[in-house]
Design a protein around this ligand. Structure first.
Ligand code: PLP
Length: 396
């Protein structure tokens, strides 16, 4: 059984980690993995999380199993955090707490496959590579629509609409709620409106994945698009990550929600969701979800968390501004305004795969495919090194 293995070596993210590990330069810069770092290079733990954990410890709560649907208090909190307390979809939603949004996406893939195995799932090009993998592994067909023009540094909305004209009934349209990974390029509210029309015309199911609420324009501002869309379409799948928003990456808390038509049976959907997740990984972990609930159910902790998350966003916005200026200073003919305009952790530099490899070999700077750089993991010194290396590479 364990002989003749075919190793899965093509995953570009795993391959990058290996190259970073093998590079012994003291000056190497890792702009790959999606974590927020403070200016000292640490991945900080929020004070709100520390205090919530202390309170949880005092409660000495049971560690017995919950259910495959996870922590229901967390689900209610997250539904309100995404849609607001008064949104009408709260009357037609069933949710599960999952081990992160990765598991929520994998669960969504299994859920869709079991109900509609012939559905095609549509992803933007480019998109976060693992997303495609989750759906392909569930046996679904996948296609990509144009989303971003890297050379021009902007959204290709015309190309996107042209490609979406091929959507078939019951296909799934995957959208990023905010802070698009990897491009940082988000839809405007009028573009979300147009997408709502396409969804209704084509009778497809949108799947909105939100991993960076609060990292773009604000905690509520970042979910304005999904709020608009959800109010205008009969059905929607939602996946949410608490990894970045609460800085609890390894605790694995996420949300998988199904927004259904008012006349659908919520009870049947909930049972279907529970069975799907149980067959996939049996039970959800609780610690991360319990931390989030502790924070969101206390006015003081919630305010502390909001302040800390706002500070993270301000650091990212400042770094984007500084990187734009530095890039333009060392490359006078290069327009880097897209870096400042884009939102969240990531932006893609206009570098070919070969140029990206030279960045690694000559300058020890590591990025993910599509020359995706994590602006939220960069110190001021590193942003200068990146700008200089970029100038050297494009000047070759
Ligand atoms: C768009 C997107 N969705 C989902 C995830 C997965 O997040 P989690 O850590 O909650 O599994 C990520 C993580 O990078 C992401 O960028």
């Amino acid at each position: 059984m364990f002989n003749n293995l075919t190793n899965y070596e093509d995953d570009p993210i795993e391959a990058l980690f290996k190259r970073i590990g093998a590079d012994k330069s003291v000056d190497k810069i890792d702009l790959g993995i999606g974590v927020f770092r403070d200016q000292s290079g640490q991945v900080p733990v929020m004070q709100a999380v520390v205090e919530a954990e202390q309170q949880l410890l005092k409660q000495n709560a049971s560690k017995s199993y919950m259910s495959p649907l996870g922590n229901m208090d967390y689900c209610a909190d997250m539904e309100r955090s995404i849609f607001g307390a008064d949104h009408e979809v709260l009357q037609r939603i069933v949710s599960a707490q999952t081990p992160g949004a990765g598991a929520a996406l994998r669960g969504a893939a299994e859920f869709v496959q079991s109900l509609s195995p012939k559905a095609t799932v549509w992803f933007g090009s480019p998109c976060w590579g693992h997303q495609i993998e989750f759906f392909e592994r569930a046996g679904l067909s996948v296609k990509q629509y144009r989303y971003y023009n890297r050379a021009a540094g902007k959204l290709d909305f015309t190309g996107m609409l042209e490609d979406l004209s091929a959507l078939q009934e019951d296909d799934v349209l995957l959208l990023h709620g905010c802070c698009h990974n990897p491009t940082g390029e988000d839809l405007s509210l009028s573009q979300w409106q147009r997408i709502a029309e396409v969804v209704r015309e084509k009778r497809v199911v949108p799947l909105v994945d939100i991993a960076y609420q609060g990292f773009g324009s604000g905690i509520d501002e970042d979910v304005a698009g999904v709020r608009l869309l959800a109010g205008q379409v009969p059905q929607l799948i939602l996946t949410v990550s608490s990894s970045k928003t609460f800085g609890i990456y390894r605790e694995r808390a996420g949300l998988l929600s199904i927004v259904h038509q008012a006349n659908a049976s919520a009870d049947s959907l909930r049972r279907k969701l529970r069975d799907t997740l149980r067959q996939l990984y049996f039970m959800a972990p609780n610690h991360g979800a319990a931390i989030v609930h502790e924070i969101l159910s206390s006015e003081t902790l919630q305010q502390l968390w909001r302040d800390e998350l706002n500070a993270v966003r301000h650091q990212i916005v400042e770094m984007r501004g500084a990187l734009k200026v530095t890039l333009e200073q060392v490359n006078p003919s290069f327009d880097a305004s897209f870096i400042q305009r884009q939102k969240g952790m990531f932006s893609c530099l206009p570098l070919s795969a070969a140029q990206q490899l030279r960045m690694e070999q000559q300058h020890h700077i590591y990025m993910l495919p599509n020359a995706r750089v994590n602006v939220a993991a960069m110190s001021t010194e590193q942003s200068k090194a990146l700008a200089n290396a970029f100038a050297a590479i494009i000047g070759e």
